[in-house]
Ligand binder design. Structure first.
Ligand code: FAD
Length: 518
């Protein structure tokens, strides 16, 4: 049985914010579920929060929300829906922290599973030894894992920039940050998973056991199963981080230095970068958290009207290793070609470094600027095409700042596992480029949402037509043709895995890859 892909949701919602009105028809959902004996519970009203996500553009109202207290609750609900067969239109979306951008964790008239209710079930267990790891629930937030593992002097190796995301949510995508050049993304740093498939089966999988399901689920956009437990690899954690920023006005020098740093075994522990377009008083704004190496020169530097490239690096250390760390950092910096007056450094605790975006979140929340629409796009671009891309996008399409950061950094694919469902460009080194715009409440018409969408469309159109081998990360497409093109030669395997693990296309309808036949 192959899931129906012909009737793929070609939706009209891509460009416009959409609210689907709440249309609860209790008879189509409550009766079959009334007899279930659950450890948690099903809620049929006040579920509007599950029709929202961080993107704040798509709003699909579910019929019910499951607050599970055990893996059996999840299995029980999915089994029941599976047994109803294709006669029922019910679908199921696992919702982690709801930080998707385009409704990926929503289920129109379906059942949303609030994975955070599973948090602490089982209790986090850190295993020390030669190959340390932590066992966590799929609904656990990464910030909680950091705090728990640090009690043992350990921490996960690979992160996202923001830690208030769930394990299941990031493992369904990849989990990419400045450590990925060395350790691969988060999906490369998992030893074992417990998964509930689209048939309701509870299966433990790893590289050695049920490997096909293991790799399918990692980066699998929630299509093959719900991650209820994960075993995450750990390493010793440093106490402190030296955090460094430098600027370039020449893109070639910037990317050359980034590529040099990620290729060296004895490099920084974290390497990212961002593009800055026409920012006033940029270096002054850094002074609240960073110290300029040369304060006088730095105060004379003007960023106005320019396109600049910031290389961001971090070196981990313990307080008794400060001198060695300083020497190593000096050596690494001496090989780079940044603008000398723009060297800024800061020493922060490991926790504050990893949780840095949360600090910005707090400030934005205070100003009412966190829960605004976020029309973000994330692209993976082959190294050989990055200059072409930069020339067109930073030289022609974007002439002003986009109301949010533009991240840009290379990663080393040789450190990534090719068996997962994640699709990346076909080169050993590729760049993550993320356009992270916010629509601020005062902006209207062409100054706000419309303007950002137009720019996004131009970037995406250019990426698709210029034949640069670019892949979307956190992908979002309208048509089956686009999904097929995204997966390329891997589409066949993706389809096979879907028919093995979720033949009725019950799971993660918000990704809009498959539509449940009803
Ligand atoms: P949700 O949005 O709740 O779910 C995402 C998808 O995964 C949905 O399809 C959902 O159905 C599915 N899903 C959720 N839980 C499970 C589960 N247990 N089992 C199976 N499927 C599940 N990403 C990066 O890689 N690097 C970054 O640095 C980064 N920074 C970010 C910063 C911010 C501020 C935000 C908002 C997002 C960032 N992201 C980053 C993207 C983020 O990793 C994804 O959006 C992720 O899916 C969010 O996790 P979540 O727990 O909110 O998932």
């Amino acid at each position: 049985c192959v899931p129906d892909t012909t009737n793929l949701c070609s939706n009209q919602f891509l460009a416009t914010p959409t609210i689907i009105p709440y249309r609860l028809d209790p008879s189509h959902i409550t009766s079959p579920f009334q007899t279930l004996s659950l450890d948690g519970y099903l809620s049929f009203d006040n579920n509007h929060h599950t029709a929202k996500d961080f993107g704040n553009i798509y709003h699909f109202q579910p019929s019910a929300v499951l607050y599970p207290k055990s893996v059996f609750d999840i299995s029980c609900i999915i089994k029941l829906i599976f047994e109803m067969g294709s006669g029922s239109e019910l679908t199921v979306a696992a919702r982690g922290h709801g930080h998707s951008l385009q409704g990926q964790a929503q289920a129109h008239r379906g059942i949303v599973i609030s994975m955070e209710s599973l948090e602490g079930s089982p209790k986090m267990q850190v295993h020390i030894g030669k190959r340390p790891y932590v066992d966590v629930s799929g609904g656990e937030l990464w910030i909680n894992i950091l705090h728990e593992t640090l009690k043992h002097g350990l921490a996960p190796k690979s992160w996202t920039d923001y830690l208030h995301l769930t394990v299941g949510g990031t493992l369904s995508n990849a989990g990419i940050s400045g450590q990925a050049f060395r350790h691969g993304p988060q999906i490369n740093n998992v030893y074992q998973l417990e998964v509930v498939t689209g048939k309701g089966d509870i299966i433990t999988c790893s590289e050695k056991k049920n490997a096909d399901l293991f790799y399918a689920v990692l980066g699998g956009l929630g299509q093959f199963g719900i991650i209820t437990k994960a075993r995450i690899s750990l390493q010793s954690a440093p106490k402190m981080v030296k955090w460094i920023r430098v600027l370039y006005s020449d893109f070639s020098l910037f990317s050359k230095d980034q590529e040099l740093l990620i290729s060296s075994a004895n490099s920084f522990d974290y390497i990212e970068g961002f593009v800055i377009i026409n920012r006033t008083g940029l270096l002054n704004s850094w002074r609240s958290s960073f110290n300029p190496k040369d304060p006088i020169q730095a105060s004379q530097f003007s960023s106005d009207g320019k396109t600049l490239y910031c290389l961001e690096m971090a070196k981990y250390y313990n307080p008794d290793e400060t001198d060695v760390m300083d020497q190593r950092t000096e050596i690494l910096l001496s090989g780079l070609q940044y603008i000398p007056s723009t060297l800024f450094t800061s020493e922060v605790s490991f926790v504050n470094f990893l949780d840095r975006v949360h600090l910005s979140e707090r400030k934005l929340r205070e100003k009412g600027l966190w829960d605004v629409p976020h029309p973000w796009i994330n692209l993976l671009i082959p190294k050989s095409k990055i200059h072409e891309f930069a020339e067109e996008v930073f030289g022609k399409i974007l002439t002003d700042n986009i109301n949010g950061p533009i991240l840009m950094y290379p990663v080393n694919k040789t450190k990534w596992n090719n068996n997962t469902s994640l699709v990346t460009p076909d080169e050993d080194v590729f760049y993550l480029v993320a356009f992270l715009s916010s629509v601020v409440p005062s902006s209207t018409g062409t100054d706000g949402f419309d303007k950002i969408l137009t720019l996004n469309r131009r970037i995406l159109q250019y990426s698709a037509t210029a034949n640069l081998g670019i892949k979307q990360y956190l992908p979002h497409y309208r048509t089956q043709g686009e999904w097929r093109a995204h997966f390329g030669s891997r589409w066949k395997v993706f389809l096979q895995r879907k028919s093995s693990y979720d033949p009725l296309a019950i799971l993660a309808p918000g990704q809009r890859i498959f539509k449940k036949a009803a």
